[in-house]
Design a protein around this ligand. Structure first.
Ligand code: COA
Length: 333
């Protein structure tokens, strides 16, 4: 019986097209200074016409397998809120294109907390011996669901994908996931939503409009919830892992807004320098945010073998969650 899910590979992929703040300012009533000072974002990557979430997920998934030195995984769990189609799930297509014929494959929807929820789901598959290895991918293409006229959401969100391979192993191994906590508050679901296109709207018989299908967010309320929920979640996970906050070498938070990270660090009483941040280059990439930040940390030698690392996320639902691990010996691909 597996004792723990152990991190064995890490991959990242960003579509090559970049939209800078000046590019947005050329078509919307905004400017580079507002976006940089309010969000910390300088640019974001976006998919090309015709490109979909699965295309990014396949790239990141293949890189995570390569990083682990593996060609196979027993299951694929894809965190996304922008599936290629509303039905079926996107994960089976991703698995097939990775050559993983016949394996378990399904999507997990927890918006910006999706990657943490997917890690937790994969840990469950490993703990019950339903799988010996699981490819966990976070991939989103929010550029495809933003209102082209909405200067706020277009400033914030970008596209991307990140993935890890988890294998079953011992709970004291480096790379073992521990201190896992998850939470939700559905009574505030309207803060982050796509209002139409689902059964609630379709059962009325009213035709779907463009506005129904665009992503909508109440930014200020989301900001306050994000700081408060991630603070509680980090404290809870650290306690469950048996760690003091001062013992944690790197915090890898969901990259929603640089000011959210600064406020979170202040509330935890931890120097902001201990927090990973790549938001200036990628924006908020939703389910891809945490694995992309992890890959960025590894590439820049800010994560070392044996470091105590805490991942934390917050997103639509509302949802939140955190996971602790001691960093294993791996190279991001
Ligand atoms: N350029 C210029 N002005 C902008 C703008 C832009 N891109 N976007 C919004 N504004 C304006 C607003 O219209 C508003 O103008 P008004 O005062 O004349 O009405 C003003 O800036 C303040 O808007 P507000 O929404 O209160 O700004 P804010 O400081 O809260 O920043 C966000 C907005 C979205 C950057 C911020 O709220 C945020 O990051 N929230 C969290 C988002 C998030 O993390 N979402 C994902 C969930 S994980």
């Amino acid at each position: 019986m597996a004792q723990a899910a152990v991190l064995a590979g890490l991959g990242a992929w960003l579509p090559p097209d970049v939209v800078t703040n000046d590019d947005l300012a050329a078509v919307l009533d905004t400017d580079d200074e507002w976006i940089r000072t309010r969000t910390g974002i300088r640019q974001r990557h976006v998919v090309a016409p015709g490109e979909a979430t699965s295309d990014l997920a396949v790239e990141a998934g293949a890189r995570a397998l390569k990083s682990a030195g593996q060609e196979h995984a027993d299951a694929v769990v894809l965190a996304t809120s922008t599936p290629d189609r509303p039905c079926p799930a996107t994960a089976p297509d991703v698995a097939a294109r990775l050559g993983l014929q016949g394996v378990a494959a399904f999507d997990v929807g927890a918006v910006c907390t999706g990657f943490i929820y997917a890690l937790a789901t994969a840990a469950g598959l490993l703990a019950t011996d339903a799988a010996g290895s699981v490819l966990v991918i976070g991939a989103d293409t929010f550029s495809t669901i933003l209102d082209p006229k909405d200067r706020t959401t277009r400033a914030v969100f970008g596209d991307g994908a990140g993935a890890v391979l988890l294998r079953s192993g011992g709970k004291d191994e480096t790379g073992a996931l521990r201190g896992l906590t998850l939470g939700s508050n559905g009574s505030r679901s309207e803060l982050i939503e796509i209002p139409g296109g689902g059964s609630r709207q379709r059962s009325t018989g009213r035709p779907v409009t463009d506005a129904d299908l665009y992503f909508a967010m109440q930014g200020r309320a989301v900001f306050a919830e994000a700081v408060q929920r991630m603070e509680g979640s980090v404290r809870h996970s650290a306690e469950r892992a048996g760690w003091q906050l001062a013992d944690i070498d790197r915090f890898v938070p969901h990259q929603a807004n640089a000011r959210i990270i600064t406020a979170l660090a202040a509330r935890l009483g931890v120097p902001v320098e201990a927090f990973a941040s790549n938001i200036d280059r990628v924006g908020n990439t939703v389910a891809a945010s945490i694995p992309l930040a992890l890959a960025d940390e590894v590439t820049h030698n800010r994560l070392r073998v044996g470091d105590q690392v805490l991942l934390t996320g917050f997103g639509g639902g509302l949802t939140w969650g955190s996971i602790a691990l001691t960093w294993p010996d791996l190279t991001a691909a």
